[in-house]
Design a protein around this ligand. Structure first.
Ligand SMILES: [Zn+2]
Length: 462
């Protein structure tokens, strides 16, 4: 809007009262807030001046999208937008087909600015809103945003922004997977020589999330569905002050899918290719006993990776056997036998465990129901005998517990999606999940803009 005399009068009155407030402020905090407020007003004025000046430059009218005739100017009209520095308004030319074709309205200056028709909030603000929504519920994110920026946005708007950019992230995944399946090689991420020399860990786990059973209504019993989470990272080692070898994750990447193995598999493979699986000196696969993940390992990774079964899950299987086998021998309580078996497992004597279980499961002295349990545990260890060589793995400095992927699940899923009373629609959960994954993989900011919108980088106060 072109400023009318009344407007500029009230504007200058505001300006003098803001300056008065600055001069009258007593405490440091009050002076800072008064100066900051002036700064915001200056910023908003600068933005509006820029926009109004640029909008007056000659417009390059394109053809009508319906009939192809060159569009004509219909004069200036007001556009406004909520931005990080407040509501800004400017006037720019609108064009229309001389034939009056329906839908021929155009605002070329809007396109130059990278804003869409009906867009009400600017991208740098949407980025901040989405960023806060990654970590806290939408209502709380809206409140935090107003505390941090002074901009009032409804939780509903935040939800919409997350849907918009989460969908964009999901589409990006789909395109990447499609290109990869069509034979296009993914570009591996750049790695320093140090990182490139480290072993690559690929781990997978599942975690359930609460969904609404019906679309559009919160009614009904909660539906629990599994999110499959993949963790990829380079492993570095260092000796801590107690002389113990500590493994650390470097260059962590995440894959998460609310869906089946067929959807999860290509994403994990693609991310593994990006993480440099083809050139890594060692590749390690780590997961618990879940059959689906081991099938995935066999089909996709077993030809170049060492498979490791999580030690604690393996030990839990041993407990099943020990607990079932009670022969009344006081020198062999279930607890004692379990401890011996676990010790053997940890120190590389899995062949002895397998032999003992085989012998006991065939012995006529063992009760029939116990034999069934022992047979099941025997078969499990027989199948996984190469994946439970814990002595060897430890010697090679490899992790034997899947705690790292379990804590990734907690961090990625539990913290944001399983709050008290939370239940999600499938797309609502998926979009936020993909945004969280993008953030965890350092790909959040490129969803919003090719140039940086990150305030700490821009701020003169670093
Ligand atoms: Zn036309």
């Amino acid at each position: 809007m072109i400023t009318t005399p009344t407007n500029s009068y009230s504007e200058s009155e505001d300006r003098s009262s803001r300056l008065d407030r600055l001069h009258q402020s007593q405490t440091l905090a009050a002076i800072v807030i008064a100066a900051w407020q002036i700064g915001l007003h200056v910023a908003r004025t600068l933005v509006e001046q820029q926009l109004n000046e640029r909008a007056k430059r000659p417009t390059d009218w394109g053809p009508c999208s319906v009939c192809g005739q060159r569009l004509h100017s219909k004069g200036f009209a007001t556009r406004q937008m909520v931005t990080l520095v407040g509501l800004v308004q400017w006037r720019r030319r609108l064009g229309r087909c001389p034939q009056g074709c329906k839908g021929s309205h155009a605002a070329p200056f809007d396109q130059t600015l990278g804003i869409a028709p009906y867009q009400q909030s600017s991208v740098e603000l949407k980025r901040l809103g989405c960023l806060l929504s990654l970590f806290v519920p939408f209502e709380l994110a809206a409140w935090l945003l107003s505390q941090l920026s002074g901009i009032q946005v409804s939780d509903d708007s935040l939800w919409q922004w997350v849907q918009q950019y989460g969908q964009q992230a999901a589409c990006q995944w789909e395109t990447d997977v499609e290109n990869w399946e069509n034979g296009e090689d993914p570009v591996p991420e750049a790695l320093s020589d140090d990182l490139a020399a480290m072993p690559l860990l690929i781990a997978a786990d599942g975690v359930t999330v609460p969904l609404r059973p019906q679309v559009g209504t919160p009614a009904g019993k909660t539906l629990w569905r599994e999110v499959k989470v993949g963790l990829l990272a380079r492993l570095s080692h260092r000796i801590n002050r107690h002389g113990k070898l500590v493994t650390r994750l470097q260059r962590r990447r995440l894959v998460a899918v609310l869906g089946d193995m067929a959807t999860f598999r290509p994403r994990l493979q693609l991310e593994a290719a990006r993480a440099g699986i083809a050139t890594a000196p060692h590749v390690v696969w780590l997961s618990d006993g879940a059959r689906g993940f081991w099938r995935l390992f066999e089909t996709c990774f077993s030809h170049l990776a060492v498979g490791i079964l999580d030690f604690y899950h393996a030990a839990a299987y041993l407990w099943q056997a020990a607990d079932a086998y009670k022969d009344g021998n006081p020198a062999r309580t279930p607890q004692m036998w379990f401890e011996r078996l676990r010790h053997q497992l940890r120190h590389g004597y899995v062949h002895r465990i397998i032999s003992e279980l085989r012998w006991l499961s065939r012995s006529p002295n063992t009760a029939a129901p116990t034999r069934t349990v022992l047979k099941r545990v025997h078969d499990f260890f027989d199948k996984h005998r190469h994946h439970v060589q814990y002595r060897l793995f430890k010697k090679q400095g490899l992790p034997i517990g899947s705690g790292m992927v379990e804590s990734a699940c907690k961090w990625l899923i539990q913290q944001r999606f399983k709050g008290v009373g939370m239940r999600w629609s499938e797309p609502g959960l998926n979009h936020l999940l993909q945004l969280r994954v993008a953030w965890g993989n350092q790909r959040f900011d490129t969803l919003f803009s090719q140039h940086s919108l990150v305030l700490p980088i821009i701020s003169p106060n670093r």
